[in-house]
Design a protein around this ligand. Structure first.
Ligand code: GDP
Ligand code: MG
Length: 181
């Protein structure tokens, strides 16, 4: 077995979840390709994208799933969640309504995912668009407090200026790796 083949052992399915236009597709574009789309439409959504992540010298493949606009119709299918071991639960810090939806997304994630009955989906609550300081409607404290109450990791990110984007994905991958290894 070559080194290359050994690394195939780690493939984690991670899903992006949250209301339309919170920046899910751009978080993935920033993380996987270092790109940003100022006026993106749901059409840029891909089914999933695989990105290598290095943890403790190990190469892990994160298979990150993005919705292609179905979230507008509350029609994200069970197939989307099935087998996921990680999730980024995303809201937009400049639109409170997207923060208010988090509970519903969390329920959907937990009820439609049947991956490992012995393991909860490793989830990080992500307050995206931290660059929009003047338009902020949700404080960092509120985000933190919801995350603590639900047992989630928490981070604010900006797909626009890149802050914390890699860190958010890495946090999830590292925790899954710690649990499974
Ligand atoms: P999705 O529907 O959740 O996939 O959201 P998109 O990634 O398509 O983003 C929706 C809109 O928000 C687009 O116009 C993006 O350019 C914009 N956007 C995404 N992330 C950020 C961010 O971090 N900061 C700012 N200012 N705009 C963002
Ligand atoms: Mg999208």
């Amino acid at each position: 077995v070559t080194e290359e083949e050994k690394t195939e052992d780690y493939l984690f399915k991670i899903v992006l979840v949250g209301d339309s236009a919170v920046g899910k597709s751009n978080l993935l574009a920033r993380f996987a390709r270092d790109e940003f789309y100022p006026n993106s439409k749901s059409t840029i959504g891909v089914e999933f994208q695989t990105q290598k992540v290095h943890i403790d010298g190990k190469e892990i493949k994160a298979q990150i799933w993005d919705t292609a606009g179905q979230e507008r119709f509350r029609a994200v299918t069970s197939a989307y969640y099935r087998g996921a071991v990680g999730a980024l639960l995303v809201y937009d810090i400049s639109r409170r309504q997207t923060f208010d939806s988090i509970g519903r997304w969390l329920n959907e994630l937990q009820s439609k995912n049947h991956a490992h009955s012995d393991m909860n989906v490793v989830t990080i609550l992500v307050g995206n668009k931290s660059d929009l300081r003047d338009a902020r409607e949700v404080s960092i404290a509120e985000g933190k407090s919801l995350a603590e109450a639900q047992g989630l990791f928490f981070m604010e990110t900006s797909a626009l200026d890149s802050s914390n984007v890699s860190a958010a994905f890495q946090t999830v991958v590292k925790e899954i790796y710690n649990i499974l290894s």
